[in-house]
Design a protein around this ligand. Structure first.
Ligand SMILES: [Zn+2]
Length: 334
């Protein structure tokens, strides 16, 4: 399924490039963000707990400008647990520099929260002794489709950014669907990796520190308003349910590190929940009336949620709405 989606992506992007389609499936700007220009910054969020955030995120997130991947790390008694290894060597090297600015301890674990390359393509650069942790589906998919995912990433983030040079490295530890893994880094620093099923893609993993109340949300929660979710992996109803489940699980005072934005809190990711819920309600009504997909696109513009996110039209009309329509129509038939 995933392979098919990647193939369709590659094919449709090629066709659209060739034909210059008016309502193309290509994002309005390529690269969506430029891995050759991103600078990553360090933010201490708790004792021995750090977030890694693109330096532009503080001013650009609320302007609706797409941001590069976030990450973070925890300094434990025996070593470092790193969250996200980034898209390219240039960005991975920046992460290592940030780690080395606070500790000389080795990176003993690396967690990827998605099988999209901006979260996992740096794996091949990790020391050989580092144990890589992924969602089980993520490992299977990367093993089968690494080259397809690579073309998909080059399609969105451009050639000549070092994406082509990455090499597949398999994960050491996988977490099956509906399972969690807890790692005790010592001194109350417990980190829980949660595979709740599809929240953006079937490869998602959330990272949560219950004592420090720090949450790495990954791609399912891209950023606060005006960003809307990227439900472009072919799923809607399962993500809709799981986003809500994760949101409800978070305490009100959690520190939230979204996948592609500045550090926020629970209220900051509510926009994603509200957008998805509104989309679900409106598409259900459209399907109940028997509207076609094209008629639904006309009827469900959700202008109230179009608050200046650069990718709103691209995501809403090409992916979020069609995937909602597909899942809700299929449900109606059953
Ligand atoms: Zn991402």
């Amino acid at each position: 399924m995933k392979k098919l989606i990647v193939k369709l992506w590659a094919t449709s992007m090629l066709l659209l490039c060739l034909c210059g389609g008016a309502f193309a499936q290509m994002p309005p700007v390529i690269p969506i963000w430029d891995a050759n220009k991103v600078t990553l910054g360090l933010h201490k969020v708790s004792k021995d707990v750090y977030a890694i955030i693109p330096t532009t995120a503080e001013t650009e997130t609320t302007k609706g400008i797409p941001q590069a991947t976030t990450g973070g790390f925890i300094v434990g008694e025996r070593g470092v647990l790193l969250i996200e290894v980034m898209l390219t060597k240039r960005l991975y090297d920046q992460e290592v520099k940030l780690i080395r600015s606070v500790t000389d301890k080795p990176i003993i674990y690396a967690v990827n929260t998605s099988d999209h390359g901006d979260h996992c393509f740096g794996n091949y650069l990790l020391p050989e002794s580092t144990l890589i942790i992924q969602n089980e589906f993520a490992k299977d998919n990367l093993a089968k489709n690494y080259d397809g995912i690579k073309s998909f990433m080059v399609g969105l983030f451009g050639s000549g950014r070092g994406i082509e040079n990455t090499v597949y490295r398999p994960a050491d530890i996988v977490i099956p669907k509906n399972n969690n893994l807890k790692i005790d880094m010592g001194a109350g620093k417990i980190i829980e990796m949660m595979n709740v099923g599809t929240a953006q893609s079937p490869a998602d993993l959330f990272a949560w520190m219950p004592n420090q109340k720090v949450f790495w949300a990954g791609n399912p929660f891209i950023a606060e308003s005006p960003a809307i979710p990227w439900l472009f992996d072919g799923f809607f109803l399962e993500p809709a349910a799981n986003l809500k489940k994760v949101y409800d699980f978070l305490p009100g005072d959690a520190i939230v590190i979204p996948g592609h934005g500045r550090i926020t809190n629970k209220a900051g990711i509510k926009y994603t929940i509200d957008y998805v819920q509104e989309l679900k309600t409106e598409v259900e009504a459209a399907v109940a009336k028997g509207l076609t997909l094209e008629q639904t696109k006309e009827a469900v513009k959700m202008k109230d949620y179009d608050k200046g996110y650069v990718l709103f039209n691209w995501l809403h009309y090409n992916f979020n709405l069609p995937n909602a329509y597909k899942d809700i129509s299929a449900n109606k038939k059953n």
